[in-house]
Design a protein around this ligand. Structure first.
Ligand SMILES: [Zn+2]
Length: 237
């Protein structure tokens, strides 16, 4: 249980009024990929700095369920649900893309959007595409080893909090990557470039039938969004 500054913030995250602890807080929501990435390979394959001295592709197309429901559509849907709920609670929400019909932005630029906004929390939303028939469950990625103070305790706390709220909504932790739903990585440029607390949520494996059923249904996406909202509010509260 993270430390809280008021009894209201410690309560289940459903009250209709804003907590004073949340006033003035800024959250950046980063819906992974974009709807026109696949049609613009020359743009999204362009190398950009990865934050550790190497390069990474500007962006990727993302994955899809076996039935063809795309990751970019999933991340956009969940992100807009999260934005709507947090805005209603009085938080300032900045999105890294404004619709699901564009290209990019590149992963380093996504991180800079969070940095420029001086975000109190950044949550990137993704879903994975493992071809292993048994791989399922969510995991939270953060930058490791950390490159600055925000990537140490604050990012670790944000990762643990969102892991806990996803678990509380009944989502299973990954059985194929990371440990207890957490996975520190050095190769995720969007996390490496962040100078504010940032995590990336891989909500599930789009290739696994049970995960895909959640990821591609409106009810499932509402539950993912609700868990992420709870995690952000608990972290900030
Ligand atoms: Zn992704």
């Amino acid at each position: 249980m993270p430390s809280t500054t008021s009894a209201e913030a410690a309560a289940p995250a459903e009250p209709s009024t804003s907590s004073p602890a949340l006033a003035g807080k800024t959250v950046v929501i980063d819906p992974g990929h974009n709807g026109r990435n696949a049609a613009n390979p020359s743009i999204i394959n362009k190398p950009v700095p990865d934050g550790r001295g190497g390069t990474k592709a500007c962006n990727t197309t993302g994955t899809a369920t076996n039935a063809g429901y795309s990751e970019h559509e999933f991340t956009w849907d969940v992100a807009t649900r999260v934005r709507q709920a947090l805005t209603a609670r009085g938080l300032k929400v900045v999105m890294t893309r404004e619709d699901d019909n564009g290209v990019g932005p590149c992963v380093d630029e996504r991180a800079k959007i969070g940095n420029r906004a001086k975000a109190d929390a950044v949550v990137s939303i993704h879903a994975d595409g493992s071809n292993s028939a048994t791989a399922r469950g969510f995991h939270i990625i953060y930058s490791a080893p950390p490159l600055n103070a925000a990537q140490r305790e604050p990012a670790a706390k944000l990762a643990g909090t969102v892991r806990d709220t996803l678990r509380a909504k009944g989502f299973p932790v990954s059985n194929y990557i990371g440990k207890d739903g957490l996975h520190g990585r050095p190769d995720i440029a969007g996390m490496n470039h962040s100078t504010v607390p940032a995590v990336l949520v891989e909500c599930g494996n789009m290739r696994h039938p049970e995960d895909a059923a959640q990821l591609s249904s409106a009810a499932g996406r509402a539950r993912y969004a609700s868990a992420i909202i709870d995690g952000i509010l608990r972290y900030l509260g």
